[in-house]
Design a protein around this ligand. Structure first.
Ligand SMILES: CC(C)(COP(=O)(O)OP(=O)(O)OC[C@H]1O[C@@H](n2cnc3c(N)ncnc32)[C@H](O)[C@@H]1OP(=O)(O)O)[C@@H](O)C(=O)NCCC(=O)NCCS
Length: 161
């Protein structure tokens, strides 16, 4: 076994990935609790934590594209995305503070990018260095700045029309 694989095998508990639409009803409360823990532990995540209605709100392709990582049946991370004409937009990425640095967000992003043709976009606070590092490793590049001073990032290749 490669030494990096051995480290991962020792440090990383078994994670399962689920489509949001498959676990939304069962895990709605635990997802809101997870979001609250992430919000309280993070400096530049958002102005407030998402509530149940934010997770449940209908957006095109959201239930199919969004992914939830669980360990022993409990959510430990998620990526929430919806379909856009050019590909998809990521609305939220988060990992439980107790599980950060074990590759969960990287895995969620890699799965989303692998199953989404076109360009995947997101917006990130420029002070959120852990998130910017994560996105750079996942292949995102800077595409601009919003009027509010947030960074626009994108990954993937344009769809042929
Ligand atoms: C940003 C965030 C989503 C990253 O999630 P994460 O699951 O910790 O990310 P990963 O584990 O995939 O990668 C993070 C680090 O762990 C390292 N890592 C990955 N797998 C590892 C393993 N098996 N063992 C040790 N380290 C590992 C990565 O190399 C990376 O290290 P580095 O940044 O020090 O170079 C998380 O910090 C978070 O939830 N932040 C608050 C919410 C937020 O800001 N979201 C983004 C809004 S734009």
């Amino acid at each position: 076994m490669h030494s990096t694989d051995r480290r991962a095998a020792v440090r990383r508990p078994a994670q399962e990935l689920h489509r949001l639409g498959d676990v939304m009803d069962e895990l709605r409360g635990p997802l809101v609790d997870l979001e609250q823990r992430v919000y309280e532990a993070s400096s530049h995540y958002d102005t407030g934590p998402w509530q149940a209605e934010n997770f449940a709100r209908h957006l095109p392709g959201k239930r199919e594209l969004s992914l939830v990582a669980t360990v022993h049946g409990k959510p430990v991370g998620f990526v929430i995305a919806s379909r856009r004409p050019e590909g998809a937009h990521i609305h939220r990425v988060a990992t439980d503070p107790r599980h950060q640095g074990t590759g969960i967000a990287s895995r969620l992003l890699a799965h989303l990018l692998a199953r989404t043709p076109g360009i995947v976009t997101l917006i990130c606070d420029p002070r959120n260095q852990p998130a910017l590092d994560l996105y750079a490793r996942a292949g995102f590049r800077l595409t601009g700045t919003t009027p509010e001073g947030k960074l626009s990032l994108a990954a993937g290749t344009p769809l042929h029309r």
